[in-house]
Design a protein around this ligand. Structure first.
Ligand code: SF4
Length: 306
């Protein structure tokens, strides 16, 4: 239920959205009211695709910074705005272009697969991007039997297990998914017999070992609707509950802890979206050479999965 103030912001945003011919995209981890406000919600892949399909003149990206950068990479002619430029991703920050170039030097000829949770400068020195939903297909699409994978070590190891390829994983991790522990999953499974555990591949290995289904955030919505199980443990960020409960109100979704929250994802508020549209801030702009090279890696991913 929206407060009076929130409802006012919704109305003002709607007006500006029409005036500015803007589209509002929101990641699945955003606050419920931001998900309600958005024209489209989704995971990083879904939103990256939406960004290329829209004919809007302005894209307001409610997520974290690398996602808004990705929208700009794919839509250089559009105005891309982020309501809070401080909303970063600690996982993305764990690898730099210089660090990756140093690793590439040690492994000449080995292609770099770059999880979209990375900066544009890292994408610019990578061969191809991937998301959690297509990482296995992307690595399988490469002719080489060895790849460098940045920056998420858990996703890299998961991909190695699924593809049988040698994966040199960067040791990055998501601090939010790291708070999901195998001890807690075991406890819940004991407390709620029959509960199935859906896990995002950013979870640690010992947690993934307990999963009944490993998938991206979009994969979780699908699984929740298709499975006969009533009790489902959500191995991802708490923002997932909003749509899961809307899609499957008869099911019981269990978070494996009170602190599975990405603070960066919660920085975006209705007021910030309003001010962003009103003042056309903060504009996401990259040096053209970086953008163009990052586009190559991103577009190559989109082509593989098309
Ligand atoms: Fe980054 Fe993790 Fe937050 Fe996603 S949940 S934006 S990977 S820190």
């Amino acid at each position: 239920m929206l407060s009076e103030r929130q409802a006012e912001y919704m109305d003002k945003i709607d007006e500006l959205r029409r005036e500015r011919r803007a589209v509002i995209l929101a990641h699945n981890y955003q606050r419920p009211e931001i998900q309600e406000l958005a024209d489209f919600t989704g995971d990083s892949l879904g939103l990256a695709q939406r960004a290329t399909e829209t004919d809007a003149e302005t894209i307001v990206f409610c997520g974290v910074y690398f996602m808004a950068e990705t929208a700009h990479i794919l839509n250089p002619e559009k105005l891309v705005l982020t309501p809070d430029a401080q909303a970063g991703c600690p996982l993305a920050d764990m690898v730099t272009a210089d660090g990756l170039l140093a690793l590439k030097k040690k492994h000449p000829g080995v292609p770099v697969v770059c999880y979209v949770n990375s900066s544009a400068s890292v994408k610019a020195v990578s061969d191809i991007c991937c998301t959690s939903s297509n990482a296995v297909s992307i690595v399988n699409s490469l002719a080489e039997d060895e790849v460098i994978f940045v920056p998420d070590g858990n996703l890299g190891r998961y991909v190695a297990g699924q593809t049988g390829k040698k994966v040199l994983s960067w040791p990055g991790y998501c601090p939010t998914h790291r708070r999901i522990t195998s001890e807690r999953i075991r406890e819940i499974k004991k407390e709620v017999p029959g509960a199935l555990f859906m896990a995002h591949p950013e979870c640690d290995d010992d947690v993934l070992a307990l999963a009944d289904h490993i998938c991206s955030t979009s994969g979780m919505y699908k699984f929740a609707q298709e499975t006969d199980a009533v009790d489902l443990i959500v191995g991802s960020e708490v923002g997932m509950l909003h749509r899961l409960q809307l899609d499957s109100p008869q099911k019981n979704f269990i978070m494996p802890g009170p602190d599975i929250i990405c603070p960066n994802m919660k920085l975006t508020t209705l007021k910030k979206v309003y001010l962003s549209l009103l003042n056309e801030e903060t504009r996401v702009v990259l040096p053209e050479d970086v953008r163009a090279r990052a586009e190559n890696a991103t577009a190559r991913m989109v082509k593989v999965i098309a």
